[in-house]
Design a protein around this ligand. Sequence first.
Ligand SMILES: [Zn+2]
Length: 88
Amino acid sequence: MQQFPCPFCGLRNEQEFHFAGEAGKIRPDTTRKVSAADWADYLYTQKNTMGEVREVWMHSPCAEIFILRRDSVSMAVLGVEQLRKNKP
Ligand SMILES: [Zn+2]
């Protein structure tokens, strides 16, 4: 079983984490009319890059949301980036 590093809890089993999407996606401007196709594209279209990727993950026990950098081919964890500006 693979372990992922939570910025708050440290290394934990992968079953405790949930993938939330690719990092850096730009959410459609919802102050204007957004087509169903554009909204679906935002929600479901992924680049599926081979190699280093930046993804948003959540650690369920503590609800920490963070950026996980990993190699999508080898599954090696390359690092984490905390999204909160203030540490607990
Ligand atoms: Zn955690």
